[in-house]
Design a protein around this ligand. Structure first.
Ligand SMILES: *Cc1c(COP(=O)(O)O)cnc(C)c1O
Length: 403
């Protein structure tokens, strides 16, 4: 049987100051969820079409329609849908033909799927630290991690803020590396006039329930490389041969998206602009209420980019009053749901052994101080009033002289 990777008590104690405390319990009654989705476009109409036409599998017509609309939104000629953002990452890496010993540089500060997709292929994830302002990897943090065994770089547009891609593109070209954007959190984001999803050799998106475009579960690969698109399309569907149906020359997967999911996805992507605008409006409202509060660092937007603020992440600095975990408990007692930031990859029990002794100071500080507030497209101005008001109250209660 599979054995769980556990850290010994000594190691856990060492990490204790960095990793978040247990999840606070939400007060019963009305809650403000961290992300509530909106399905009030053509979702129901398209879903009904699936049922009445009897097309619910991946062979239905919405799959192609969704892919076409999504490719166009991402500024690419090709889009290939699949069952999740993780499957999308895995398909692209599988298409690269990686072998054991190959290295892929990924952010230390990301969701586990970025690193896991590398591990699925037998290659080794190598970690790079983040920029303290954008929370993304940069050419400067990536370059020292490149070795003769490196094959690719995966960049994550963290919480919706595009990474600084031009210098990273230059670095990847100079070192002969494949450049993959993990754009799971950044649908609709723009970098120097170009949509995220069109900035590397390929990009992957997730359509999990809390993502900016959702299909419940789902994913997409975008690229301008026709050969790559054809290969991932084939790998997605058991790598059936185009010549003889039950004939297989690649190790394929079943990572197909259903017509039902694509129907919802098409309805969502039709109004991508509105969905992005809802999140940017959340940011404006939070910023109007929280800007200048001592001890809070709010998320920014670098010149030349459109941040889509997938999640409105803040840093609770040491001078704030309550700690990050205390603030989360105070908000939870008012029915306000929050999440801590990612726990960096080198601190994960799963990856700790292979990366013992490595330090990523920015990723660690983000993990220690970061949390995101309710951020979904269905959030009202009153919800934001409530959340911001409770944050100020928690601060005043902990720092009475500053109240
Ligand atoms: C959500 C997410 C994924 C995984 O997407 P799934 O659809 O849940 O598999 C991968 N990378 C990042 C950065 C994510 O935020």
């Amino acid at each position: 049987m599979l054995e769980e990777t556990r850290l010994d008590t000594e190691e856990l104690e060492r990490l204790g100051a960095l990793i978040p405390g247990p999840e606070p319990v939400l007060a019963p009654g009305k809650i403000v969820p961290v992300c509530e989705t909106r399905l009030d476009g053509n979702e129901l109409r398209y879903l009904t079409e699936c049922i009445t036409s009897n097309w619910i599998s991946s062979a239905g017509p919405f799959v192609g329609r969704f892919e076409e609309a999504f490719a166009s939104a991402a500024g690419c000629t090709r889009a290939v849908s699949c069952s999740s953002g993780t499957a999308a990452l895995h398909l692209v890496l599988a298409a690269l033909g990686l072998k054991a010993g190959d290295e892929i540089v990924v952010p230390a500060f990301t969701m586990i799927a970025t690193a896991n997709a590398v591990a699925y292929t037998g290659a080794t994830p190598v970690f790079a630290d983040s920029d303290p302002v954008t929370w993304n990897v940069t050419a400067a943090t990536l370059e020292p991690k490149i070795t003769p065994r490196s094959r690719a770089i995966i960049v994550v547009h963290t919480y919706g803020h595009p990474a600084d891609m031009d210098p990273i593109r230059e670095l990847a070209d100079r070192r002969g590396l494949f450049l993959l954007e993990d754009a799971a959190e950044a649908h609709g984001a723009v970098y120097r006039g170009k949509p995220v999803g069109s900035l590397g050799d390929a990009a992957t998106f997730s359509f999990y329930g809390n993502k900016i475009v959702t299909t419940g579960e789902g994913g997409m690969i975008t690229t301008n490389d026709e050969r790559l698109a054809r290969l991932v399309r084939r790998l997605r569907d058991h790598a059936f041969s185009p010549d003889r149906h039950f004939w297989h020359t690649y190790l394929g997967y079943n990572y197909r998206m259903t017509n039902l999911q694509a129907a919802v996805g098409l309805a969502q992507v039709e109004r991508l602009g509105d969905l992005v605008e809802a999140r940017r409006e959340n940011r404006r409202r939070y910023e109007a209420r929280l800007k200048g509060v001592p001890g809070l660092t709010l998320p920014g937007e670098s010149p030349g980019v459109t941040n889509v603020f997938w999640m409105y992440g803040i840093l609770v600095e040491d001078g704030f009053g309550p700690t990050r975990d205390q603030l989360r408990i105070a908000l939870a007692s008012r029915g306000i749901e929050t999440r801590t930031f990612f726990i960096p990859m080198h601190l994960q029990p799963l990856y700790r052994k292979a990366h013992a002794g490595e330090r990523y100071p920015v990723a660690e500080e983000l993990c220690r101080k970061g949390m995101y507030l309710p951020s979904g497209p269905a959030l009202s101005e009153r919800d934001i009033d409530l959340v911001a008001g409770e944050i100020l109250r928690a601060r005043a209660a902990a720092v009475p002289t500053l109240a």
